[in-house]
Ligand binder design. Structure first.
Ligand SMILES: Nc1ncnc2c1ncn2[C@@H]1O[C@H](COP(=O)(O)OP(=O)(O)O)[C@@H](O)[C@H]1O
Ligand SMILES: Cc1ncc(COP(=O)(O)O)c(N)n1
Length: 266
């Protein structure tokens, strides 16, 4: 069985972070493993507090996995502090996994900062150049390229600037613009739009986590990057369509294998 490793924060509410990643890995048919970088006390409404995990333990989790188990793809989510970014980057340099999908998580849906401002430069310097693919949403891309993105035309320009930061490929997610949620894939040569239909729901907690984990799972299974992204976009659309009205805030997406199977996303 193919494997995928998530390096991310824990969401006690189960909708985002490590919990969403492991559910998406299972639903997409790979064996999931995890390295926890931070523990958040979180529900569908808010992040109440964050405990960063000691860097030694983060490094040792990564070493314990790589020293023993084959890792076909890595997904990276919440990295919290500059020291966490540097610890993860150093460990990945040592093991050099083939596929690294970086979701540059910055702010939760409720507005809580999951990446300290001081860590943004570390992310740009140490983590992005190691990544096969980065999957920023619009506000994250605006921070990374230091310019506003208001239109799909702006997304094209921003993708070029994002690629210059050193990742091999870009998926710029368009969910935060008005209208249909169209994402832009750029591999340095070609642009491809992945068109979506906006589903009217407040239950979008963990959509970014789910999408990047589904991409990592598809890469682990041997799909090309573009195929991996296309299948993951179909998966997230189904997961949002069937999202769960749990809690009083942004409910989680639904990782339901039967739906996935019915949609023939293999
Ligand atoms: N209401 C929605 N209906 C359908 N797809 C959506 C919706 N909101 C977001 N998406 C899609 O979900 C994925 C993640 O969305 P986005 O909101 O852009 O990022 P993030 O969750 O990181 O903020 C993208 O593929 C986006 O196009
Ligand atoms: C631990 C953790 N990691 C990431 C997110 C972002 O979630 P989203 O996928 O909705 O951007 C979150 N809310 N909590």
């Amino acid at each position: 069985m193919k494997t995928a490793l998530t390096i991310a924060g824990s969401d006690s509410g189960g909708g985002a972070g490590i919990q969403a990643d492991l559910k998406a890995f299972s639903a997409n048919g790979v064996f999931g493993m995890s390295v926890i970088t931070a523990v958040t006390a979180q529900n569908t409404q808010e992040v109440r507090s964050v405990q960063n995990i000691d860097n030694r333990i983060i490094r040792e989790q990564i070493e314990a996995v790589f020293d023993d188990i084959p890792v076909d793809a890595v997904k990276i989510g919440m990295l919290s502090s500059p020291a966490t970014v540097e610890t993860v980057a150093q460990a990945l340099k040592k093991y050099q996994p083939n596929q690294i999908v970086l979701d540059p998580v910055m702010v939760s849906k409720g507005g809580h900062h999951l990446l300290q401002d001081e860590a943004i430069q570390s992310l740009i310097e140490h983590m992005i150049p190691l990544s096969t693919m980065i999957t920023p949403n619009i506000p994250e891309a605006e921070v990374l390229v230091k310019r506003k993105i208001d239109t799909e035309e702006d997304m094209l320009t921003a993708s070029k600037a994002l690629l210059e930061l050193g990742a091999k490929m870009i998926l710029l997610k368009g969910g935060h613009l008005q209208g249909n949620p169209n994402d832009l894939f750029y591999d340095g040569q070609y642009f491809h739009w992945l068109h979506g239909e906006r589903i009217e729901t407040k239950n979008t907690h963990g959509t970014g986590c789910t999408l990047s984990s589904a991409i990592a799972a598809n890469l682990a299974k041997g799909h090309s990057m573009f195929e991996a992204v296309k299948l993951a976009k179909q998966y997230i659309s189904i997961a949002i369509k069937h999202s769960l009205d749990l809690g009083h805030g942004h409910g989680p997406t639904h990782h339901f294998y039967e739906l996935y199977e019915k949609a023939n996303l293999k």
